[in-house]
Ligand binder design. Sequence first.
Ligand code: SF4
Length: 75
Amino acid sequence: MDVWKCEECLDCPYLPLCFGGCRFLQRLQTGAIDGIDCRREYLDAALEKIVRQDIELRKRLFEEKNEGGGIFLHI
Ligand code: SF4
């Protein structure tokens, strides 16, 4: 499916993350591979928490790696 032609996706701020959702799940749910598997409700509810968790994990890994005296930052 070409999400660039889907009005719903074109107006969505999550398009760079989502690209219309998962084709496999779409196939399981509807039997068709075209169409969108919209996760906007989930992203609205969870994205901020996911980003905060990722930042905390990266900070913790950075601190753990630097306890040995070296300076490493893996992004
Ligand atoms: S969240 Fe929904 S509307 Fe937004 S890009 Fe994904 S499928 Fe399209």
